[in-house]
Design a binder for this molecule. Sequence first.
Ligand SMILES: C[S@@+](CC[C@H](N)C(=O)[O-])C[C@H]1O[C@@H](n2cnc3c(N)ncnc32)[C@H](O)[C@@H]1O
Length: 338
Amino acid sequence: MNTDLRPSGPFRLGDRVQLTGPKGRLNTITLREGGELHTHHGVLKHEALLGQPDGSVHTNSGGHEYLALRPLLRDFVMSMPRGAAIIYPKDAAQILASADIFPGATVVEAGVGSGALSLWLLRAIGASGRLISFERRAEFADVARANVETFLGHEPETWRVAVGDLTEVLPREVEPASVDRVVLDMLAPWECIDVVADALTPGGVVLCYIATATQLSRVAEYLRGTGLFTEPEATETMIRGWHVEGLAVRPDHRMIGHTGFLLTARRLAPGAIPPDVRKRALKKPTYSDVDVDAWTPGAVGDRQITDKNLRKRVRDAQRAVDGARLAAAGNGSDEVVD
Ligand SMILES: C[S@@+](CC[C@H](N)C(=O)[O-])C[C@H]1O[C@@H](n2cnc3c(N)ncnc32)[C@H](O)[C@@H]1O
């Protein structure tokens, strides 16, 4: 199986290539036999790129130059079709470190959403790991599958997508105490903590990615209340870009102010009660339905995708993966842009 999730070396048929053309305009193509990129600046034949190094510059029929680079995973996830909001690269990187995702790990993820985090996790577990991604909405699972296949060129053998609610499906899909790491990205992760506690191996890590402070509080108290985990640790990750040009060296004017918080805790061995946990154990928090309503995506300012829009995203994702399959098979029609 091809486990090289970031192809390098000269361009080959089936590679996705990001072209930066006149005025910095970006076009992403998938290299195929006889393929051409048509713009109002002229035509660039795919074959001109075959065998050329990543990062090379190519001139089209109109004399315009294009810089050709394979998209990095962070470029791909930011531009791929989305069903649900994705985890941004800055948070995905931190999740890999905080949840200690390692080659060969058995990892559970829920929900799969658009598959952005799945791609990072698949890379980190390598050829000998196992990722089981749970998603309760079948259409989102379809978008995620299409995105993963578009980026990797195949659906990896290390990945399984299970459709259904984690609370119901997890106990059926994995043996108790068999999972090394669990990553939850969903509205109400506290609902899943009991099944996660059963699935995790002693010492295993659960990581919750949550958008609001109220959700953070609720899931932290729930974890504490079980008595089955170490003291939860919370962080947020801010990355500030810098403008570095000549003597103008300063932070960028704009940055991403908030995405989400990370909360991690480790599963204790059966029967283990560390002294600090015993002292701090709280009663299970009593949140009402009204509290939960206050955290719905609409209430916290996230736009809910309409069914019509979601069907369009599924079609977009399917078109992208169909194009990648055609290209991998060495045929297909030309891209026409502009
Ligand atoms: C924000 S999205 C996940 C995005 C994903 N991490 C990514 O990077 O693309 C949250 C997803 O969780 C799913 N979800 C929420 N609760 C769930 C549950 N209990 N079991 C399975 N999936 C769930 C939702 O349907 C939604 O697709």
